[in-house]
Design a protein around this ligand. Structure first.
Ligand SMILES: [Zn+2]
Ligand SMILES: [Zn+2]
Length: 273
């Protein structure tokens, strides 16, 4: 693509990419050039008259013959999880209707349904997270539990002209060292842009530590207790689980609140004449 420097005039009309085929003069008239690998449709069917469009989404089967992976489940009508990652690898677990999860009408294992729910099931130019990566759903989980607190904290410190914005899904950032970071953020924005952002993120390589950033500084981090227990194969009662979660979130909240306050105080000192 040509680069124009400031002061140079851009030619009119803008340059076009070279067209591989003859440009048609209308739709539906004359033969349509087929892409490489395209299979010509049978000439006699009415479908042959349809113009080419995006591939038709096909509703996947929901009745399978595979042993359900859920521990102790006797069902043999499982289907494979439909998750495919950016390297083209598939999840190889099968689940019956009692134990699968669905997003957008597609069957997944519960873990990958969590991944899809975290990042959204629309366009992902950089591809889906690796099949064994738990980071997106961990970030989403923690962000959901912190959401009310962070929203209230930011809204309370908003100044005139600032609006609170919550990112609806986990976003993927590729770091300089090619490590992927999965992040969810809350922001105060005004007409000049982002005034203050709070984010929780997980580095794709380590997958277990939650990091909290306020402004440009990382202010707290740690492995959630339920992740630590899973790594060690420990089981605890629901009550212990609740109290450990409360400790973890209390720790993050305390540091978020302190950092938001100090950042706002510093910013208001700097903006004072
Ligand atoms: Zn089952
Ligand atoms: Zn799966």
């Amino acid at each position: 693509m040509p680069i124009f420097r400031r002061g140079e005039r851009k030619p009119e009309p803008p340059p076009m990419q070279p067209d591989p085929g003859r440009r048609g003069t209308g739709t539906g008239s004359g033969p349509v050039p087929a892409g490489p690998g395209a299979v010509p449709p049978p000439a006699a069917t009415p479908a042959a008259a349809n113009p080419p469009g995006p591939p038709v989404a096909r509703f996947p089967i929901t009745q399978g013959t595979l042993q359900c992976r859920d521990r102790g489940c006797p069902n043999h009508n499982g289907v494979l999880c439909h998750y495919v990652d950016r390297r083209g690898r598939r999840c190889d677990t099968a689940w019956c209707p009692n134990h699968w999860a669905t997003v957008g009408g597609i069957v997944y294992c519960r873990r990958h349904a969590g991944t899809i729910a975290a990042i959204g099931y629309f366009e992902h130019p950089s591809g889906m997270p690796d099949v064994d990566n738990r980071a997106p759903s961990l970030v989403n989980w923690v962000a959901r539990d912190l959401d009310a607190f962070v929203a209230a904290t930011l809204v309370q410190t908003a100044e005139a002209g600032e609006t609170f914005v919550r990112e609806p899904a986990v976003t993927t950032h590729v770091e300089r060292n090619a490590v992927r970071r999965y992040e969810r953020a809350w922001k105060l924005v005004d007409h000049t842009g982002v005034r203050l952002a709070v984010a929780v993120y997980v580095d794709g390589e380590e997958e277990v530590s939650i990091h909290v950033r306020v402004g440009s500084a990382v202010v707290a981090e740690g492995v959630p207790p339920w992740i630590e227990r899973r790594r060690r194969g420990l089981e605890v009662s629901a009550e212990v689980d609740r109290s450990q979660r409360a400790l973890f979130y209390g720790f993050l909240q305390k540091h978020i609140l302190a950092a938001v306050r100090s950042t706002r105080e510093r910013d208001s000192r700097l903006s004072r004449p």
